[in-house]
Write a protein that binds this ligand. Structure first.
Ligand code: HEM
Length: 180
């Protein structure tokens, strides 16, 4: 997966646990002195090794790490180099989700090796947005859950994100807003 994702994982550990913890994690992951360059596509096995080592270190499972990482990623994107792209994608949750594919498509042009997911809004009311996530990768659903939670929070809503399950286009999620 694209190095930007690994850099964000590194930043999350640095922010929350400091330099020594990151050094320890890298040492134990078998990834050596990998500093993770943003503009490089790494094999997915490296992403998996990194996630598994993080889970081991924090005494939890990969799914939990993915949820937390999804939430973190949204903050990371809005506070760093991706701020303007994020702001251009939408001013509210519904329009952001509606423009997400176009934004990912524009990323694809500059990173030919990237395999980006797609999102389709199936249905939306004032309280609930149903969205299908489609990807050729498996197992990243908890990451999507965390990302959607992060977006919900960013746009000032309370509520919850539920993974409903597979449909014939991908995996269906529901965002249920307590504060529309
Ligand atoms: C400025 C904002 C964003 C940029 C530049 C961006 C770009 C990328 C890139 C480069 C990848 C890696 C693809 C690969 O290496 O094959 C990726 C993966 C992914 N992105 Fe984004 N993204 C952004 C925001 C978002 C947001 C807000 C979501 C929220 C739902 C999202 C959902 C995902 C998911 C789920 C993946 C994992 C890949 C997969 O499922 O197959 N992205 N994105």
């Amino acid at each position: 997966m694209y190095g930007m994702v690994h850099r964000a994982a590194r930043q999350m550990v640095l922010d929350q646990h400091g330099e020594n913890k990151w050094a320890e994690i890298l040492k134990n992951s078998g990834l050596g002195n990998e500093s993770f360059i943003s503009a490089t596509v790494y094999d997915d096995s490296i992403t998996v090794a990194l996630l598994e080592t993080l889970a081991q270190h924090f005494n939890t499972n990969v799914d939990y790490i993915l949820i937390e990482f999804g939430k973190y990623w949204i903050q990371f994107a809005y506070n760093g180099d991706y701020k303007s792209v994020m702001n251009l994608t939408g001013n509210d949750l519904f329009s952001f989700l509606g423009n997400l594919n176009r934004m990912h498509d524009s990323v694809q042009i500059s990173i030919p090796g990237a395999r980006l997911p797609s999102f389709l809004i199936e249905d939306a009311t004032q309280h609930t947005i149903s969205v299908t996530y489609a990807s050729d990768r498996r197992g990243l659903e908890p990451f999507v859950e965390g990302l959607l939670m992060g977006l919900m929070k960013h746009f000032g809503h309370d509520g919850e994100v539920r993974m409903v399950g597979p449909n014939n286009r991908g995996v269906l999620f529901q965002i249920i807003l307590a504060t529309p």
